[in-house]
Ligand binder design. Structure first.
Ligand code: ADP
Length: 334
């Protein structure tokens, strides 16, 4: 076994990069999405034009940035990376757009957080490949229309519903990423372990997959904690019990729920008697933004059957009470 040096817990600035697959074939799971994207890319290559704009929607850590980089790599074109919050004025976006090369991919993360004026500039650029550059200030200011080469925007969002429809309509293809089933996460963990040079015994990947909250980024993060364990204990191979012990140390929930998930369930159950409770009240109770609770926490809790959304608010299910080791009073919960 080649022992890899361990890095300090939670301090891995380049961690997402070393485990990112570079070709579509290396992207694990999401078979329908991959088939759609493959066809989309093949057609663009055959027609020898940049593909239509692509929107990637889904919770954080499911592979949106990775897919954008794969698309650029498969097309053999450069990629420019920015994000909604990084663009403060329409002018910031205008200068990025006017410097794009033909065929380049422009990746805009958190595209739902672009300022309104930038949004308008963007959808004109996406549709007509043109941008109006303002010259001068005040009454003497004038705008000069600039023609852009054809390029491809890849937008990523955790809140597709917050995109205004004119902008959403400019995307030729929208892909929805969903949480990964355990068998796909196992494959991903096995691949990442190979990249890290960490031999995993049968069953270890399954233990990790169960605790990964359906999310590749979390799977890779937990795998690194297990690697730390293996380095310190000088293990040749990692057995399932090692995974259980290593992750218990970090208080990783057996169902993959994280601190915020548990706080949310606890709040519904203990502060609101199982619900229903509105998302704003819930967010205030756990000290988070409503958007975080809605986009990061709820999709997973709902999918795993810990919570249901009703017209009157969020309700904890029997499974949530059980998981917290509590008994629902008669008539409480769903
Ligand atoms: P997002 O942009 O959706 O927040 P990323 O693309 O940054 O997520 O992915 C987070 C991490 O998970 C990266 O290290 C990436 O390599 C890995 N990852 C995500 N999806 C996959 C996948 N389908 N196959 C392999 N690795 C993946």
């Amino acid at each position: 076994l080649r022992m890899v040096s361990s890095s300090p817990v939670g301090n891995e600035p380049v961690s997402d990069e070393e485990l990112r697959p570079h070709v579509l074939d290396g992207f694990i799971g999401q078979p329908l999405l991959k088939a759609q994207l493959q066809l989309f890319l093949d057609a663009a290559r055959k027609r020898d034009v940049p593909p239509d704009h692509i929107l990637l929607a889904g919770p954080p850590g499911l592979g949106k940035t990775t897919l954008a980089m794969i698309v650029a790599n498969e097309l053999g074109v450069p990629i420019r990376v920015t994000s909604g919050p990084a663009i403060q004025h329409a002018g910031d976006l205008a200068s990025i757009l006017s410097s794009l090369e033909a065929g380049e991919v422009l990746f805009i993360d958190e595209i739902h957080r672009l300022p309104r004026a930038a949004e308008e500039l963007l959808y004109i650029a996406m549709e007509d490949f043109r941008v109006d550059v303002m010259v001068g200030k005040g009454p003497g200011a004038s705008s000069i229309p600039l023609t852009l080469p054809r390029f491809t925007v890849i937008g990523a969002t955790t809140r597709e519903g917050m995109l205004p429809s004119p902008l959403r309509a400019r995307f030729g293809f929208t892909a929805h990423l969903d949480f990964y089933p355990h068998d796909e996460l196992e494959k991903l963990i096995t691949r990442s372990a190979a990249v890290l040079g960490l031999p995993l015994d049968d069953g270890s990947a399954a233990q990790l997959a169960r605790r990964s909250r359906g999310t590749p980024r979390i799977a890779n993060r937990l795998l690194r904690r297990v690697r730390d364990w293996a380095v310190v204990h000088e293990l040749d191979t990692v057995e399932p019990d090692d995974v259980v012990e290593a992750l218990a140390l970090y208080q990783i929930d057996t169902e993959g729920l994280d601190r915020l998930d548990i706080a949310v369930l606890n709040a519904i159950v203990t502060n609101f008697n199982g619900g229903p409770v509105g998302v704003n009240n819930l967010a205030a109770m756990v000290g988070e933004e409503s958007e975080t609770v809605e986009t990061v926490c709820e999709p997973y809790l709902v999918r795993e059957g810990f919570m249901v959304r009703t017209p009157r608010g969020r309700v904890a299910t029997r499974k949530a009470w059980d998981h917290l080791g509590l008994t629902p009073p008669d008539g409480a919960g769903a």
